[in-house]
Design a protein around this ligand. Sequence first.
Ligand SMILES: NC(=O)c1ccc[n+]([C@@H]2O[C@H](COP(=O)([O-])OP(=O)(O)OC[C@H]3O[C@@H](n4cnc5c(N)ncnc54)[C@H](O)[C@@H]3O)[C@@H](O)[C@H]2O)c1
Length: 285
Amino acid sequence: MSNNLLAGKRGIVFGALNEMSIAWKVAERAVEEGAKITLTNTPLAVRMGTTNELGAKLNAEIIPADATSVDDLQVVFERSMEVLGGKVDFVLHSIGMSPNVRKKRTYDDLDYGMLNTTLDVSAVSFHKMIQVAKKLDAINTGGSIVALSYIAAQRTMVGYNDMADAKSLLESIARSFGYIYGREKNVRINTISQSPTMTTAGSGVKGIDNLFDFAERMSPLGNATADDCADYCIVMFSDLTKKVTMQNLYHDGGFSNMGMSYRAMEQYIKGLDEYRDENGNIIYG
Ligand SMILES: NC(=O)c1ccc[n+]([C@@H]2O[C@H](COP(=O)([O-])OP(=O)(O)OC[C@H]3O[C@@H](n4cnc5c(N)ncnc54)[C@H](O)[C@@H]3O)[C@@H](O)[C@H]2O)c1
């Protein structure tokens, strides 16, 4: 159902790979709410994924770009202003990738070259994107920039690996740049910390099925879906949240404020033995 929350607004959506992508749902909802958008993803993702289908469905131009390349980002913002007919009002950063996770390198055996890539793709790209936009003056006064994060930025979630460090940096960039862009241009910058979600990136996380189930049971409202996340992004892009900036906004059914539930406690004590060595010491799991 549309409430025309984004009527007349222009936006750029980074990171729609396939129908499961959170960015895919955001793009669909944004257009439903009256926005005109462009889509962007890596040239490889555009070739291999189904972004083209989404572009055709939403009448949105696709601008291939590696979000770690400042030159590519410049093209994204310049071309978007051209095809959309003016400065943009909102931007979604929905990008994450860790070669260490992909190669199953554990956190105590990281490859540092890969760590640099994780941080560049998943966090520094956010800084680059905002810096490029600001230098080009590509975002309207009162505009809104959102990136997607995860609670592993604050709490240790075993298996999330170096993506946890990337998310901490991502959230910090939202605060640091949020101050500057807010003071100078009234542009808001926030991160949304989303529940575990079954997507291509999500399925790369070690033990995602169990993590998904655990979070579902621990959260009083259950996990937030990609569609729920799209709704939240629309509100953050709309004029209903004009004074919200520099925040990490939990969108997780209440999970982030849970400590322990009776059900989790009962389950926990049933299965401790497999995490002990022959001397009874607790081992890494
Ligand atoms: N799935 C989850 O459980 C979950 C939970 C919280 C937050 N998030 C975050 O949501 C965001 C979107 O992920 P998703 O779950 O929709 O998965 P996804 O795999 O659909 O999206 C990740 C996107 O990042 C893009 N990408 C990778 N490298 C890039 C680069 N160099 N330049 C431009 N784009 C690049 C991919 O092509 C892909 O479209 C990510 O930031 C992810 O960390 C996901």
